[in-house]
Ligand binder design. Structure first.
Ligand code: BGC
Length: 520
C-alpha cells in the first residue's frame, strides 16, 4: 500500500513520456480506474440521517422532469452494497476508484454545525474498503447533489464559497486516507445546465446571467478550498484538482469565422474554468464577447463578473494536475448576431453545432469521435502549460438492455488509442483514465435508460444483481496487460468490422496499384 501511495505521488508530478511510437501499450506507471457518483449510485436517499438533496427534490417533482419518472431513491443501492461494488472494481485489477461524497449525508443542514456521524462513518468505511484492495480512493467532494436546505442560497450566491469550504474541511479532516481530492465535478454542468437551463437541478433557467455568477462562485469556492487544504492539511500528501469537462469542437469550414467560433465555444464551456486556474483570468475572447454583447443588450457592464487582480492571483495555480472529463465532439460554425432583446448563453457564444459525419451515437446521444479526444488532449497541453492530465471520465452508453456491449468495447479501444496517440506522438502528459462507469446507474435526465456500466443492473428487479457485460473481460485484460488487446478476441463487435474494413481497403489499394502498373 505504501508503495502505491508513493507511486501515485511521483506519477502525479511527472508523466513525461518520450515521444515515440504508439504501439498500443500504456506506460507501466499508467493508472486505470472507474468512476461513479453518490446520487447516481447510493440510493438510501433518506436513510441514517441523510437529508434531501436538490436531486431528491428535483426527481420527486410532479410531473417528473426525468425520463420514465425515474429517481435515485434506491439507484444501485450502493449505500448498502458498497463492499460488493468495490470488490467488483478490485476484480477488474484497477489502480483507483473514483466516487463522490453526498453533502447532505454528511451535513444534513448543509452547514458544518451538525455532522451526521453515521453518514461520515459510511465514507470512512468506504475509503477503508478501497484501501483494503490496495486501490487509491479518488474522492469528489461535490458531484451536483447540494443539500436542498441550501438551494435558496445556491451556486449563484457568494455565500456558497464559505459553505463549500466548511463542508470540504469536514470531509478532508475525516478522510485522511483519500489518495486524490477532486473538489467539484464539471462546473459547466452545474452552472450551464443547472443555473442557465432547466436540464439539471436546481433548474434555475437564468441563461447568460446566473450561470456566469455561478461560474465565478464555483471558481472561488474551489480556489478557497484548495488554499484551505494546502494551509490546514499540510501534512497530507494527496493531490487536489477540480474536474473540468472539455469537449472538442471542430470548425465546420476553414473560414476564420468558423475557426473562431469553435475556439470560442471551447472557451465558453471549458476555458471559462480552466483558464482562470491554469493561466489566470477569464479567456480573453470570452471576456470581450460577453462584454460586447452585454452592452448591445443595454446592460451597463458585462454580465460576466470581473475578476480583480487579487482574485486572479488567488485562483491561478489552484490545481495540482488537470482532471479532465471528455466524451464527445461536434462540428461548429459561426452564426449571425441574435436578437439584442434576448439575453442568453446562445446569443453570447453565437455558434451552431452539427454532428461529425458518420459518428456513432451513444444511447444518450453523445457522438463518438476518437480524433476529437486526440485533439482535445493536444489542445489542453498547448493551452494550459502542458499540465499532467488525469482523465477522470470517459464512457459510452450502450443501446437497449444488452450484455453484448460490443460498441462499448469499440469505444474504449478507440478512445484509449486516441489517448495513446496524444501521449506518444505529442508528449501529452496523461497519467491515467477512469472509465465511466463501473455499474449501470442513474443517468440524470435520462434516468435508467442510458447504460454506461461494465456491469448491467435491471433496476426493476429488487435484487439489483450486478451482471457482468462482455466489456468486463475486455477491460480486465486491458488493465492487466496495460495494453490494448487484439480485437479478434471480441468477436462480432463493430471493432471487427473496422479491422475487416481496413483489410478490404488495403487489398483494394494493392489491387489498384497492380492494375495501374500491369494491366492498364
Ligand atoms: C458526469 C456523470 C454523467 C456522465 C455521463 C458526466 O457529465 O460527471 O455524472 O453520468 O457524464 O453523462
Amino acid at each position: 500500500m505504501i508503495v502505491k501511495r508513493v507511486c501515485t505521488l511521483i506519477i502525479l508530478v511527472t508523466a513525461r513520456y518520450t515521444n515515440g511510437e504508439n504501439n498500443g501499450s500504456f506506460p507501466d506507471t499508467f493508472l486505470f480506474g472507474v468512476a461513479i457518483s453518490s446520487y447516481q449510485s447510493e440510493g438510501a436517499w433518506n436513510v441514517d440521517g441523510k437529508s434531501e438533496s436538490i436531486w431528491d427534490a428535483f426527481t420527486h417533482k410532479n410531473p417528473s422532469p426525468i425520463k420514465g419518472g425515474h429517481n435515485g431513491d434506491v439507484a444501485c443501492d450502493s449505500y448498502h452494497r458498497y463492499k460488493e461494488d468495490i470488490a467488483l472494481a478490485a476484480g477488474l485489477g484497477l489502480d483507483f476508484y473514483r466516487f463522490s461524497i453526498s453533502w447532505s449525508r454528511v451535513l444534513p443542514t448543509g452547514y458544518d454545525n451538525e455532522v451526521n456521524e453515521i453518514g461520515l462513518q459510511y465514507y470512512k468505511n468506504f475509503v477503508a474498503e478501497i484501501r483494503k484492495y490496495d486501490m487509491i480512493p479518488v474522492a469528489t467532494i461535490y458531484h451536483w447533489d447540494l443539500p436542498n436546505n441550501l438551494v435558496s442560497i445556491g451556486w449563484d450566491n457568494l455565500k456558497m464559497v464559505d459553505l463549500f469550504v466548511n463542508y470540504s474541511r469536514v470531509v478532508i479532516k475525516n478522510l485522511p486516507d483519500v489518495g486524490v481530492w477532486l473538489t467539484i465535478n464539471e462546473p459547466k454542468q452545474i452552472c450551464h445546465s443547472g443555473y442557465g437551463d432547466t436540464l439539471l437541478a436546481p433548474a434555475k433557467n437564468s441563461s447568460g446571467l446566473a450561470e456566469y455568477m455561478c461560474a465565478y462562485v464555483v471558481l472561488k469556492a474551489h480556489a478557497e478550498t484548495y488554499h484551505m487544504y494546502k494551509e490546514e492539511f499540510n501534512n497530507y500528501t494527496a493531490k487536489m484538482s477540480i474536474v473540468i469537462d472539455c469537449q472538442w469542437y471542430e470548425p465546420l469550414t476553414s473560414s476564420a469565422a468558423d475557426k473562431e467560433a469553435a475556439e470560442r465555444f471551447i472557451n465558453f464551456e471549458c476555458g471559462i474554468y480552466a483558464h482562470p486556474i491554469y493561466i489566470g483570468d477569464w479567456p480573453i475572447d470570452l471576456k470581450f464577447r460577453i462584454y460586447e454583447r452585454s452592452l448591445m443588450e443595454n446592460y451597463n457592464k458585462s454580465r460576466l463578473p470581473e475578476l480583480t487582480l487579487e482574485e486572479i492571483n488567488y485562483i491561478q495555480g489552484t490545481a495540482d494536475f488537470f482532471a479532465l472529463n471528455t466524451y464527445f465532439t461536434y462540428m461548429v460554425n459561426d452564426v449571425p448576431e441574435g436578437d439584442p432583446n434576448i439575453t442568453s448563453f446562445q446569443n453570447d457564444v453565437r455558434i451552431e453545432k452539427t454532428y461529425v459525419k458518420g459518428a456513432q451515437l451513444g444511447a444518450n446521444g453523445f457522438p463518438v469521435v476518437p480524433w476529437g479526444v486526440y485533439k482535445m488532449l493536444k489542445y489542453i497541453k498547448n493551452a494550459y502549460n502542458d499540465p499532467v492530465i488525469l482523465i477522470t471520465e470517459m464512457g459510452f452508453s450502450e443501446y437497449g438492455l444488452t450484455l453484448e456491449d460490443d460498441l462499448r468495447i469499440l469505444f474504449f479501444m478507440d478512445y484509449f488509442n486516441a489517448t495513446l496517440e496524444a501521449m506518444f506522438q505529442d508528449g501529452v502528459q496523461v497519467i491515467g483514465i477512469s472509465a465511466w462507469s463501473l455499474l449501470d446507474n442513474f443517468e440524470w435526465v435520462d434516468g435508467y435508460s442510458a447504460h454506461f456500466g461494465f456491469y448491467y443492473i435491471d433496476f426493476t428487479d429488487p435484487n439489483l444483481t450486478r451482471i457482468p457485460k462482455k466489456s468486463v473481460e475486455f477491460f480486465k485484460k486491458l488493465v492487466e496487460k496495460k495494453s490494448l488487446p487484439i480485437l479478434e478476441n471480441y468477436q462480432n463487435s463493430g471493432a471487427d468490422n473496422k479491422i475487416f474494413n481496413s483489410i478490404v481497403n488495403n487489398l483494394l489499394g494493392i489491387f489498384i496499384i497492380f492494375y495501374i502498373l500491369f494491366i492498364q
